[in-house]
Design a binder for this molecule. Structure first.
Ligand SMILES: [Zn+2]
Length: 241
């Protein structure tokens, strides 16, 4: 198994909501894209774990992913612990993606922050030969690029991907998580905690905001920590047009 890109989300639906448009573009371009969910979302207010699993399978199919896995970390209690980061480092070595994409370490949900930190730590550890030998798994491999997608808290993006052409398909992928979108009872007004809008409206607001930054209708923002290497990888992942 060799992926072009691995996307790491804390909960099933995080990768779709913040990065689904770019994943669709990549799959359309023939790249092999995988998603690693860190938890099964068992602390979610809406729907059961079994329903979330079924929704995740439907979204995976619609995205055309080459691989999807779950780290089975505890929802609501994700931490950048030694076992967790070594487990994710092993998954990275197994899948050998050229680019790793994960939450930005600054977010409201502690699981999202932890996922961002975990990704950074596992990304580094995956390239250590001695650790790979100790682990007994695949040999060391570190993705050339680590990118972060943005959650509720904005940051100035390093670049924005134009997802205008695939935006409606991205919305269809998010709609696979129907239980997350519908009210769980009479007191549930369809609005998520803290925010005055549902998931679809928030995803559209973010896409319009970041699209505006580059003069297109819909965009997805990415942050790269530090200077970006001009080695041809960027052109391969994000060709013009
Ligand atoms: Zn989440």
């Amino acid at each position: 198994m060799k992926l072009d890109a691995l996307v790491l989300g804390a909960h099933p639906d995080d990768a779709e909501i913040s990065f689904g448009g770019t994943m669709l573009r990549w799959v359309d371009a023939g790249l092999r894209v995988g998603v690693l969910d860190l938890t099964r979302g068992e602390m979610g207010t809406r729907g059961t774990v079994e329903e979330r699993d079924a929704e995740t399978r439907a979204a995976t199919q619609l995205l055309g992913l080459a691989w999807r896995g779950n780290a089975e970390l505890p929802d609501g209690r994700v931490e950048p612990s030694l076992p967790a980061r070594e487990q994710i480092a092993r998954t990275i070595r197994e899948l050998r993606p050229d680019v790793l994409v994960a939450h930005h370490p600054t977010d409201l949900h502690p699981d999202h922050c932890a996922a961002g930190h975990l990704a950074r730590q596992a990304w580094y550890l995956s390239g250590l030969a001695r650790l790979a030998q100790q682990d007994g798994g695949p040999e060391a491999f570190r993705p050339g690029i680590l990118l972060h997608f943005l959650g509720h808290i904005p940051a100035d993006p390093t670049f924005v991907v134009d997802i205008s052409e695939v935006f409606e398909r991205k919305m269809d992928v998010i709609r696979c998580y129907a239980k997350q979108l519908e009210p769980s009872g009479p007191d549930d007004r369809g609005q998520h905690f803290l925010f005055g809008a549902d998931i679809l409206a928030r995803a559209e607001t973010k896409a319009r905001f970041f699209g505006e930054r580059i003069g297109v209708r819909h965009g997805e923002a990415l942050v790269h920590d530090g200077p970006f290497p001009l080695d041809g990888t960027l052109a391969r992942l994000f060709p013009r047009g």
